[in-house]
Design a binder for this molecule. Structure first.
Ligand code: 4AD
Ligand code: MG
Length: 461
């Protein structure tokens, strides 16, 4: 007999013989009858299996405990009590793997998320993480579908690079040098000539610079891959290894960029509502009673678009007491972003035209000489979910900015060639995949929307 997944079984009509395989969630019953809720990960819903104790012995069922893995064959029967349309009346049972009640950590329902982080290797077997991981998959698929349908090309940018795209400097170094015996040159600095790549390299903080090379050849590209930042930010919104989606478009100005970002997020949220209903309902009922409502409202609302300068004026006039004071020129903290989104406008906000000194070197300079054509998309409960900009296409202005920042143009010669040869207006942005998932799942901590979180002092599983 061929195995049928639970998600399919639950939609089948009664009256057939079936085989199901999965892990025991709960077992209850009495001398005459035993009920087992089995889950195989294909859906948050379980299939109920009924063992008539006239046909099975206590001994046969003794190892059917929470967490054990079973193969059951039996008849699919209309169900009265299981909350589902159908259940299985077991004919045969095979136990693939036991899970001792004395040592299997996931005995009861409702473990805290903190506890589950300590058993990150097993937490995918909980309802909550099943839901999150299925939604994560659906969002990844929808991202590729969105861009493919629009004629964008998926460009694979390198994870190991010699550049610091964001200029923030918080990078993980990649080296094969012997750290106990680091070669130094005469001036006392590390000599990288014998390192693996013959120069200092690091894990990428963004695929953007390579993405721009692609956009100025293929027209419209996107990247979707892991991104690494070694900043010591122990917050519920930062990971050391996260995934980022970075579209980059030739001939797009800032307004086109904003339009695309807004359409993109709405598409993804709507995709989740249309395709992940059971998982969203579970998360809505368990963690966040306003989740589905919030998702629906984002799909329907027009995002506010506002220059940074006006945003700062609103914050300064708000009378709100912030932990970090705000004035023109300061980088906005999450508390400021959330005030604008949650209290003032009560909808997502795209903030534009930030002071050039708090943004990266590549952003297009405005005529005022002090702001750049940046755009950050700010979301309720999260703050910044997207960062992007129109890019500076003038070779001269870009070189001057790089010099001003003492970044050195030598290592960026290949990037500057895009402006030297056939430069074009272009724009792009980066969506933090886990920040999107925070919004879509309603989870409060970014460590709970990635299967194996990496954060300072945390790389166990
Ligand atoms: O604003 P960021 O730093 O922008 C860039 O990296 C640009 N190169 C993007 C571009 O224009 N192509 O990062 C983009 C997004 C942020 O808005 C945030 O959602 C996410 O990446 N992000 C993080 N997510 C989790 N953990 C971190 N440490 C993150 N840092 C940024
Ligand atoms: Mg940013």
């Amino acid at each position: 007999m061929e195995r049928i997944k639970v998600c399919e079984l639950l939609n089948k009509e009664a009256g057939i013989e079936v085989q199901v395989k999965g892990w025991v969630r709960t077992k209850r019953g009495n001398k005459n009858i035993t009920f087992v809720a089995l889950n195989d990960g294909s859906t948050v819903n379980n299939i109920q299996i009924v063992f008539d104790m006239n046909n099975f012995t206590e001994e046969q069922l003794k190892d059917v405990t929470t967490g054990a893995c079973l193969c059951v064959e039996g008849s699919l029967v209309a169900s009265v009590g299981s909350g589902q349309k159908v259940e299985i009346h077991a004919g045969s049972l095979l136990i693939y793997g036991t899970a001792s009640p004395d040592t299997y950590p996931l005995q009861k329902k409702g473990h805290s998320l903190e506890f589950l982080r300590e058993i990150g290797h097993l937490r995918p077997r909980t309802n909550t993480f099943g839901c999150v991981l299925r939604i994560r998959h659906a969002m990844a698929f929808a991202i590729h579908k969105f861009f493919n349908d629009k004629g964008f090309f998926y460009l694979h940018t390198p994870l190991i690079t010699a550049s610091d795209a964001e200029g923030a400097g918080a990078m993980f170094q990649v080296t094969t040098l012997d750290l106990n015996n680091v070669p130094k040159s005469a001036d006392g600095k590390v000599d990288y000539t014998n390192d693996f790549f013959g120069k200092a390299t690091n894990l990428t903080v963004s695929g953007q610079l390579e993405g721009e090379l692609g956009a100025l050849a293929l027209g419209q590209i996107y990247t979707f891959g892991p991104t690494f930042r070694a900043e010591n930010s122990n917050t519920p919104r930062h990971l050391s290894e996260f995934w980022m989606i970075e579209p980059e478009m030739a001939f797009y100005e800032i307004k086109d960029n904003m339009d695309l970002a807004e359409e993109f997020i709405k598409y993804l949220v709507k995709y989740a509502l249309d395709n992940c209903a059971d998982d969203l309902k579970f998360l809505n009922d368990m963690f966040d009673k306003e989740l589905i409502e919030r998702l629906q409202s984002v799909v329907e609302t027009q995002f506010v678009r506002l220059p940074y300068t006006e945003g700062v004026e609103i914050l300064m006039k708000s009378g709100q007491k912030f932990e970090y004071p705000v004035s023109w020129g300061t980088d906005l903290q999450s508390e400021h972003e959330r005030y604008l989104v949650e209290k003032h406008f009560k909808k997502p906000v795209i903030l534009t035209d930030y002071p050039k000194d708090i943004k990266a070197f590549y952003m297009k300079q405005n005529d005022d000489g002090r702001t750049v054509r940046a755009m950050d998309v700010l979301f309720p409960k999260i703050g910044e979910i997207i960062g992007g900009s129109q890019r500076e296409e003038s070779l001269e202005k870009l070189e001057n900015r790089i010099k001003e920042l003492n970044m050195g143009t030598e290592s960026l010669w290949w990037y500057l060639d895009t402006r030297r040869f056939g430069s074009a207006p272009h724009s792009g942005f980066g969506l933090g995949f886990e920040r999107l998932l925070l919004f879509v799942t309603g989870m409060a901590n970014i460590r709970d929307v990635i299967p194996f979180p990496r954060s300072p002092k945390n790389a166990e599983f």
